[in-house]
Ligand binder design. Sequence first.
Ligand code: NI
Length: 139
Amino acid sequence: MAKDHLVRFGVSMPEDLIRLFDEKIAANGYENRSEAIRDLVRKSLLEPEQLRPEQLVAGTIVLVYDHHAGDLTRELTSLQHDYHHDIISTMHVHLNHSQCLELIIVKGLYGRLTELHDRLRIHKGVTYAELSVTCVMEE
Ligand code: NI
């Protein structure tokens, strides 16, 4: 299929639902339903259940943690060094006296990134850990 070839299709939907959808997408600045639906479909394809471990993807891991908790800062840094091929960049923000927010930009095999995410989030003191895939790289 050519990359820009558009396929038209009809969708049936309850009136109430499409009214709510139209209100929402208008509030978000969409001029028509098509682009809004395309965005929804693209987003749905990045959901974890759609991704395979061997797919090359890019995204972010966001962490919030208490840097006073034991050796946490050192452990999290050491763990990230184990995945240095998968980590493109890291930003650390001191949120307040005790909490840190870390934004880790990642690119690698989905299976490895979920493994890194799992290994980060199990640490005591990590109060938030979210892996978000934003792009599936061309294979
Ligand atoms: Ni900090």
